[in-house]
Each structure stands twice: as structure tokens, then as C-alpha cells.
Design a protein around this ligand. Sequence first.
Ligand SMILES: [Zn+2]
Length: 445
Amino acid sequence: MSNQSVAPLPSLATLSIELRPALSSGGPRRFCSVSASVMENTRCFANRFSDYKGALLPGQGGEAAVPAVVATVDKILKKVPTDISDCDGGLYDGPAGVAYMLYHVSECPLFSEHREVYLKTAKQIIDVSVRYVDAEPDKNMRAAFLLGGAGIYAVAALIYKSLGLADFVKPLTKFRNLWEVCAPINFLECGSDELFVGRAGYLCAALVLKQKLGIEILSKDQIKSICQAIIESGKQYARRKRKPFPLMYSYYGTEYLGAAHGLSSVLQMLLSYQDMLSGAEKDLVWQSVDFLMNQEQNCNWPAELGAIIERENELVHWCHGAPGVAYLFAKAYLINKKPQYLDTCIRSGELVWQKGLLKKGPGICHGVAGSAYVFLLLYRLTGNSKYIYRAQRFAEFLFTEEFKAGSHSVTSVYSLFEGLSGTVCFLVDLLQPDQSEFPLFSVFV
Ligand SMILES: [Zn+2]
């Protein structure tokens, strides 16, 4: 996306890679498990870009970027499956994530001439996913945010509303009814509280809906009971495992810290609803936030509690590490303006600038776009244009031969979290940085 080269994103379908962890039997899938990639020696490309010197990059405005985004959307639409038998993966790596991307692009005024076609296509895609998840026999999977029904119903409601269809209340009602499923304290054996399938995810989806539809989604009592279940679950786990801090959780037996399945996104959701918490509950949450802040090891967090980070092999991903944990501290800073939370975010951004040109594809979960979203977050927190510049450099890198040749392929090249749909969301957000936010994971609400 420099002056010289506005090309479609590189083809990523030529190499094989282990990106997609094996299916877990007897419960929701586990994505981004740490062991899937510890054998790699070098996780990122060297960042050879010079840093910000007071000027943004020319040639990255709408004139250049809009055609590149449109071409990438066309490419995605050629790859996305449309059959009901291919709807697994939810928003994370199923077709539903493509529907969200189309919705997101259609909301940006720069793409107004494509709006109608994108929204209609989004409706076709999400309708198939809704039918698929309506037939899902496991009610717990219907309540899952990123991997199951809750996210699909939420995105269906957004798309229907944007199309002006009064029918948006149908998926919204299905979403609301899932509240009962995830209220019981141990509703999932593998761990009931994390973001992808657990209660934090359900709260996150409700937050997105409230933000974008402008209406209350759940009653105060419903929100309180979910928050209380998360807190009670964390207290019980921390007590049972004799942890020296107030709240802790595990997913499939691992005490994750990062955004994907870990403590940081659980705490982020509790902060997002802190008005619903009692004084004592708030204290527990803030103590846990500070506990997690103290787990930092040179601008990063280990994937699991207590692990020691090896510099050469560290995970700098949204799913595991600083690029995801940063959102918790951004939320904390936005609430109480304590400088240590902002400083923590800024340090995370420095690490991402050094090690965020990831080789695991273009996506937002563990790819270059996910790294670059940290810069957009920092821009919104600080107003410093340096961060737009850095995001521009990462966008530029996505279009280089070096990235094309050295990046691993991903299984679902169209997907929102691992593939190009998340990349498209990032490229669109780079055009409107004042409104940018990591897809479905806002702290500015
Ligand atoms: Zn990941």
C-alpha cells in the first residue's frame, strides 16, 4: 500500500502449516493452544522500517486503500463457503466472521457505493450460519461468542438492523435467551468464563450489541448475575488451587493470561460492566488487574500463569501476549486514568513494533493485523500520530514480497480471526483511526 504498489494481498494458500489445532473431544475447541507452535525459532520478520519522524506515509489514504480493500473483499467472497455443512467455526474462522467483516466495511462511508451489495451478501452468509446454529444440539455451543451461536446471533442482529429490517429482533431474542445457558457457575466443564465460549464472551457480545444498536440488551439483573458467576467462579478456583491472588481461571486445565482464553479478557469484561458490581466485587477485580500487571516480563506476558518468557521465542500475539493484554490495561486506564495503565499499554506497543511483523499470516488473532491494531488502540488513547504511522507501516508490510514469501498459510484464508477478513477490518479502520477498534472487542464503550 505504498505509492508504488497497490496490489491485492498476497496469496496465502501455498504453504501448509499447523495453524489449526486439533479438535478437542467432548467440548468446545481450543484455539491458539500454546504448544501448537513452540518449535518455531523465529516467529516474526525483522522490522526494518524507520520509526516515525513527524510525517505519516503518503499514498495510504482512501484513494489507494479503497481499491485494495475492495479487491481483497472480492477475493474473500470467492473463498467463503456458502453451504450449511461448512458453517463451523462461528465468528472466529467460520463464514459468520466474513459476514461481520462485510457489515464493518459497509458502515464506513468510504465504501458507500458498495454498502448495499455488501450488506445483502452479509445477510445471505449469516442466514446460513443462523440456520446452522439453530440446529446445534449442544446448547452450550449456542451460547459461545466467537466459536458458536451467541456471536452469530449478535452479528445477524447487526446486519438486519443495518438493512432496516424489523426482523433484527428475532436473532436478538435468540441471543438474549442464551443468558440462562451461561448463568450456572460451571456450565462448561472445560472452563466457563473465557472469551471464546464462556461467559466473558457472552458479555462481550452484549457489549458490542449495546454499542452498535444503542439499546439495552440484557437487564441489569441478568448482567449482574453473569458477572457474579464469573467472580464466584474465579474466587473458587483461586481458593481451590491456593493462588496468592483473588481471581483466577483455567481453560482445559491451563491458566491462560492472554485475551484468547485467559484472565485478561475476563477482567476486561468485568471492568466493562463495573457499574454492575458491588464495592467488594470491584475491589477483587482491580486487585486482579494489578496482579496481572505485575506479571509483566519485559513488556510481555507469558501465555500461562507462572511461565518464564524466552526472549527468542516469545509469543507476541493478540491471543497470547501483550497485543491482547493491552486492551485490559487500556480499559483500566479509560476508567480511572492512572498513568501506570497507560504506560503498560505503551510498553506493549513498543514490543509489538519490534516483534509484531508475525509470520503466522495476515490475521488479527496471531497475525500482522492483530499487531497493528495495538497501534490504533494507542493512537486512540494518546492521540499521538506516531501510532498511525506504525500501523501504516504494518499495513504496507502486508503487501510486500517479503511477507508473501515468508508467511505461513492459514487454513481458512477468508476468516475473521486468522485470515483476510480481519485484515480488511484493520485496513478499513486505518482509514478512520478515530473510530478504530479491534473487531468485536471494544474498550471505547
Ligand atoms: Zn491466535
